[in-house]
Design a protein around this ligand. Sequence first.
Ligand code: NIG
Ligand code: FE
Length: 416
Amino acid sequence: MSKLLLKNIKTLIGILPESTSKLSGQEMKTLEQLNNAWLACENGTILAYGSMDDFEGISNWQNLSIIDCENKIVMPGFVDSHTHIVYAQNREQEFVDRINGLSYEDIALRGGGILNSVEKLRNCNENDLFAQSYQRFKEIISLGTVGVEIKSGYGLNLNAELKMLRVIKQLSNLKLIPVKATLLAAHAVPNEYKENKTKYIEYIISEIIPAVSAEKTADFIDVFCEKNYFSKKETIEILNAGIKHGLTPKVHAEQLSHSGGIEAGVECDAISVDHLEFINDNDIQLLLNSKTMPTILPGAAYFLGLQAPPARKLIDAGLALAFASDYNPGSSPSGNMMQVMSMACVQYKLNPEEAINACTINTAYAANLQKTLGSITPGKLANLIITKPISSYNFLPYAFGSNLIEKIIINGKEFN
Ligand code: NIG
Ligand code: FE
């Protein structure tokens, strides 16, 4: 039995009762905290916390590690509810092409973009794909991500989609951090179906979804609902086929145009709708009457130079809001959630409290990990961030780009 005690914590933040699964509207401004605190972990989970003033001392030193957190903040690690970290090779040439004037759509229309990654992935064997993805997986943990959702979607045929999902399973089997997998066969139409999208959709529904469901390698099903990709009607059809096989819907919605992805997601009870650059007032109303978590991906909006989704308007309307990284080789080659949090404050005008909640408990909800992650709650996993000595948690989004993480705790142990 391993035990860990964090003592003399300057401020312990992100404390929530077990019953809280997400924070909405005004609630997002509340960040429950305790100054001069201790936190005890046992067997990988949070056991208890309290004030150092009432600390009763240590009665049993056996198997106990102690970390002194003087002047340091302790917070729940980030949950990243939207990533594509399983891919083969980067796409920095497209980045240069965009600097020189091509748009993301231009690049996709001439066969680059997602289809470029598809070609690279199909030619990469499972071992190499795992090795590359494992590097990114370890990288995001060291940046404070302690739970992650990872999508397929660069295979776009049965074998290659299964290969991606198996690699995600291998990452999950490492038992480092909780991993959720998403089938995103409807990420784009592959070249071999270029003239016949209907056939590709039939193939997804009759072959890919049943095979993935038989292998039990996916939790969610996602669709890129967008002009030149999948329409609202097609999105609903694919999501419903996934639901029949036990997969929970998610949608890439309203990223490049208003295409009805939110309408489709709410209709199918999606757990989240992500991107939202072109969200409208009707979508906000629909979301208010749903359980769907709107999720903003500021890295993709930044990297592609898109208009910013109206985050303030969503929160002020009473909605919950999550912020995730979208780590992928085309539109957001970064999985740095501390940076995501800073962008949420600087570009989207969230208060630091709202930004922290958006990247922890609300992303935990969007990944269906809220029972085990997203807050300081006894019984949840002891997956924590210990900062360097800093003056307050406001310093985290303020000092953008600085590495302010001193230690990552995973399952109650220091992660190296
Ligand atoms: O979430 N929007 C679509 N899919 C990804 C980008 C994928 C890529 O360019 O490789 C996204 O931004
Ligand atoms: Fe994405």
